[in-house]
Design a protein around this ligand. Structure first.
Ligand code: FEO
Length: 178
């Protein structure tokens, strides 16, 4: 595959440059989706859940910037493309968190595909870079799955979920900076 005009890298293997650029958009999309979910919880008078999802949004933006930095480090110029629309309308708390879970499963599949491309192309540097994301996805899918289960168990008692999220944030204050 021919290199594109912005890919002067002598290191990245074919396919990896485009895939890494696409993942910047995917992570920014995940960030915006989390902001929309946080807004839903804010409008429902549930500030702890809103805070949790705003922190998740910040994390996703950090993930996007890790891809930007990696491309620069590899001597390539990142390409910034537009972000697809996100969902803004949610029927319930579980609908909103289900949307978050589906988003994390999608990102997991995107990261897996990128690992597959790096592997096929013998791009071991990109493959190694991606391992952090593989582990991160396991944690994020697990966290949002647990939250969804808790919300389903809580039924209409969402103030109990608020308490749970506050305890979770207090136990992991570094979450805000991840
Ligand atoms: Fe960076 Fe949760 O995907």
């Amino acid at each position: 595959m021919a290199k594109t005009a912005h890919d002067p890298s002598m290191i990245l293997k074919p396919g990896c440059y485009d895939g890494l650029n696409q993942q910047i958009v995917n992570e920014m999309h995940a960030s915006l989706q989390y902001n929309a979910i946080a807004s839903y919880f804010d409008s429902e008078g549930l500030p702890a859940l809103a805070g949790h999802f705003n922190r998740q949004a910040d994390e996703e933006r950090t993930h996007a910037l890790k891809f930007v930095k990696y491309l620069h480090d590899a001597g390539a110029r990142p390409l910034f493309k537009s972000i697809p629309d996100v969902r803004n309308d949610f029927k319930s708390a579980s609908d909103a968190v289900q949307c978050a879970l589906e988003g994390e499963l999608k990102v997991t599949s995107q990261i897996n595909d990128l690992v597959g491309t790096a592997s096929k192309q013998n791009d071991y540097m990109t493959h190694t870079f991606l391992q952090w994301f593989v582990t991160e996805q396991l944690e994020e899918v697990s966290t949002v799955s647990t939250l969804l289960q808790i919300i389903k168990h809580a039924g209409p008692s969402l103030l109990l979920v608020e308490d749970h999220v506050r305890r979770m944030a207090a136990a992991a204050p570094e979450e805000a900076d991840a």
